[in-house]
Ligand binder design. Structure first.
Ligand SMILES: *Cc1c(COP(=O)(O)O)cnc(C)c1O
Length: 423
C-alpha cells in the first residue's frame, strides 16, 4: 500500500459484516471463559486484551496504522506527547545514565529533560545541533544511553541533519530518538534515515483538528539492545517471572516493554474515544499536509515582502538557512508553521495580533484552522527582555500555524492587520 492508502486502510481490516469504520471499544475490560486464559495473558504467554490501561482494540488499530506509516515494527499510544517522550526515554534510561539532546526542542520537552529527568538522576547535555559530528561526539560518555532531537524544531524551525545524528548515535552505540511531530510521516520518515525510535505529539498534525491530546512512540525494531548497555531489555524482568524482553519479543522488545512495564506501572493511557478521533484525523493526513504546506509557502512569500516583517523563518524559502536540509530530508513539504518578527517590540507584534480576525490567537499549532501565538506575552511571558533574547525569542516573534482555509482569505486577514499598524 502507498502512504495515502495506509492512512485509510492500515491497522484495521473488517471481516464479513463487521463495522466499516474502526469501532470505539469504550470499555475498561474484556470477558474471558477461564482463569487459565487470563493467567496466560498476565504472563505475556498469549496476546489479547484484558484491561484498557495496557491495550484496547480502538487504540490498537491506530497504533498499527501509525507504525505502518512510520515504517516501524510496533507503536504505543500515550495520553499526550509529553508522556510519549517521557516513556520513550524512561524505557531505557535510569538514575546514573546520560542523554544527549539537541537544545532546539519543544519547551515542554526541554523542561522534562533538563529538570524532571535531572531530578530522577539522569544527566542531560543539550547540544547545538548545527555543530559538526566531530564536536558532537565529544559529548558522548560511557553512560550515554540515548540521543534526542526533533525533525523540525518547534518553534525555531531548524531542520535536523538526521544522518549526522544517526552517525552520532552509532558512534555512542545508543538509539536515536526523533520527535517527528511537525514533519509527520507524510513528509519525513526518520526511520528511513537511521532513527531507531520516533515519537509524536498526536495532538498536532496527526489529529489535525484540535480535538484530542495524545502521543505515540514508534519502534523501528532495528536497534541491537544486546550490546551490554540496556540490561532493562536484555536481562530478566522480575515482575514477569524473569522474562527477558529481547529473547521473547525479538525486534519488538523495546515497544513491548514500554507497554507491559511502563504503561502497566505509570498508566498514561489514551481513552478509546480519543483513539477513535485520532484515527479519523490520520485518515486525511496526506491531503491536509499538502494543503498546510502549500498555504504556508504562499503566506511565507507574502510575509517576505512586508516592510514590517523583520525576519522570517520558514525552511521552504530558498533564503532560509535551513533550505538545503529541508530539500534533503523533506523534499515534498514542511509543516504549516512559520515564525517571523513583526516590528521589534512586544507592542507592535501584540497590536498586529489583536487586529487579526479570521486567524485566532491560540496556544496551539497544527490545527486545520489558522492560528497564531506571541511567545513573548504568552508561553515565555515571565522572561525578561534579556532572557527572551537568550532563548532566541525576540519581542516581536510570532508563530503562525497556517490552516487549510482559502489562502486568499488568510492573506487578506494578515494584510488588514498590517494596515491597522500603518495607522
Ligand atoms: C506539542 C508538542 C509536544 C508535546 O505534546 P503534548 O501533546 O502537548 O503533550 C512535544 N513535541 C513537540 C514537537 C510538540 O509540538
Amino acid at each position: 500500500m502507498n502512504f495515502e492508502t495506509k492512512c485509510l486502510h492500515a491497522g484495521y481490516t473488517p471481516k464479513n459484516g463487521e463495522s466499516r469504520v474502526v469501532p470505539i471499544s469504550q470499555t475498561t475490560t474484556f470477558r474471558y471463559d477461564s482463569t487459565e486464559e487470563i493467567g496466560k495473558l498476565f504472563d505475556l504467554e498469549a496476546a489479547g486484551y484484558f484491561y484498557t490501561r495496557l491495550a484496547n482494540p480502538t487504540t490498537d488499530a491506530v497504533e498499527q496504522k501509525i507504525a505502518a506509516l512510520e515504517g516501524g515494527v510496533g507503536a504505543l499510544c500515550t495520553s499526550s506527547g509529553q508522556s510519549a517522550i517521557f516513556f520513550a526515554l524512561l524505557n531505557i534510561v535510569e538514575s546514573g545514565d546520560h542523554i544527549i539532546s539537541s537544545s532546539a526542542i519543544y519547551g515542554g520537552a526541554f523542561n522534562l529533560l533538563g529538570h524532571t529527568f535531572k531530578k530522577l538522576g539522569v544527566d542531560v547535555t543539550f547540544v547545538d545541533q548545527t555543530l559538526p559530528l566531530s564536536e558532537l561526539t565529544k559529548e558522548v560518555r560511557p553512560n550515554t544511553r540515548a540521543i534526542f532531537a526533533e525533525t523540525i524544531a518547534n518553534p525555531a524551525l531548524l531542520v535536523l541533519d538526521i544522518d549526522k545524528f544517526a552517525a552520532l548515535a552509532k558512534e555512542a552505540d545508543v538509539p536515536l530518538i526523533i520527535d517527528n511531530t511537525f514533519a509527520t510521516p507524510y513528509f519525513c520518515r526518520p526511520i528511513e534515515h537511521g532513527a531507531d525510535i520516533v515519537v509524536h505529539s498526536t495532538t498536532k498534525y496527526l489529529d489535525g483538528h484540535a480535538v484530542q491530546t495524545g502521543g505515540v512512540i514508534v519502534d523501528s525494531g532495528k536497534f541491537n539492545w544486546q550490546n551490554g548497555k540496556f540490561p532493562q531489555l536484555s536481562e530478566p524482568d522480575v515482575t514477569y517471572h524473569g522474562l527477558v524482553y529481547t529473547d521473547v519479543f525479538g525486534e519488538a522488545a523495546y515497544i513491548t516493554k514500554a507497554r507491559v512495564q511502563l504503561m502497566r506501572d505509570i498508566g498514561a493511557t489514551p481513552s478509546p474515544q480519543n483513539s477513535f478521533l485520532l484515527n479519523l484525523g490520520i485518515e486525511t493526513l496526506a491531503v491536509r499536509m499538502d494543503r498546510h504546506y502549500e498555504n504556508a509557502l504562499a503566506v511565507a512569500h507574502y510575509l517576505e515582502k512586508q516592510p514590517l516583517v523583520k525576519k522570517i523563518m520558514f525552511p521552504g524559502l530558498p533564503s532560509d538557512p535551513n533550505y538545503a536540509l529541508a530539500q534533503k530530508y523533506l523534499p515534498n513539504g514542511l509543516s504549516g508553521v512559520i515564525s517571523f518578527e513583526v516590528g521589534d517590540d512586544r507592542e507592535t507584534a501584540g497590536k498586529w495580533l489583536d487586529a487579526l480576525k479570521l486567524v485566532s490567537l491560540e496556544v496551539h499549532v497544527a490545527d486545520i484552522r489558522t492560528c497564531a501565538l506571541h511567545p513573548a506575552t504568552s508561553t515565555h511571558r515571565q522572561l525578561s527582555e534579556k532572557e527572551l533574547v537568550e532563548a532566541g525569542i525576540s519581542p516581536g516573534l510570532i508563530r503562525l500555524s497556517c490552516g487549510i482555509e482559502s489562502v486568499d482569505d488568510i492573506i487578506a486577514d494578515l494584510e488588514q492587520a498590517f494596515r491597522t499598524l500603518e495607522g
